[in-house]
Design a protein around this ligand. Structure first.
Ligand code: HEM
Length: 141
């Protein structure tokens, strides 16, 4: 559970860095998808929308992550639903790994010196927790 792996400080770090990404959301989205399609070109055909729609999707993904922080435990139902819908989009388990990589890379590149090891650890815990819940639901679907 998220509340078992993240401290209060971790939660604050994630919230603050999200706010920075959100302020620069279109360039952040371009960076994220550019990186994702570079490390995992196989996932490109899964995305049907244009880059603007994908930018909205990235922020939706991060908003789900933030919501999970605000309501730990309460979001399991939503994450399970997302896990099932992602299986429907033909998302494979290894893709979760690539998305996690692209996300951390985007944070590091966008935040620069502000991307501390603590922030990296906090985002990694959160992403891992969410991805694990979604993958488990996808497997059971
Ligand atoms: C933390 C993990 C993730 C979260 C929270 C997340 C969240 C979302 C949300 C909220 C949507 C909007 C549509 C819906 O509600 O189903 C969506 C769509 C989608 N996601 Fe994810 N996602 C995650 C990981 C991934 C991964 C690993 C992939 C694989 C590359 C992926 C590929 C897609 C695709 C293809 C769509 C359909 C929209 C489109 O065609 O552009 N997602 N995701």
């Amino acid at each position: 559970m998220i509340e078992d792996t993240m401290t209060k400080d971790d939660v604050t770090l994630v919230r603050e860095s999200f706010a920075q990404l959100h302020r620069r959301r279109s360039e952040t989205a371009a960076m994220f998808y550019g990186r994702l399609f570079e490390i995992a070109p196989e996932v490109k055909p899964l995305f049907k929308g244009d880059i603007a729609a994908q930018g909205v999707k990235l922020m939706e993904m991060l908003t789900v992550a933030l919501a999970a922080l605000n309501d730990p435990g309460g979001l399991t139902v939503l994450l399970r639903k997302l896990g099932r819908s992602h299986r429907g989009y033909r998302v494979q388990e290894r893709h979760y790994h690539y998305v996690g990589e692209a996300l951390i890379w985007t944070l590091r590149t966008s935040l620069g010196a502000g991307f501390t090891p603590e922030i990296e650890r906090a985002w990694t815990s959160l992403y891992t927790e969410i991805a694990n819940t979604m993958m488990a639901a996808g497997r059971a679907a």
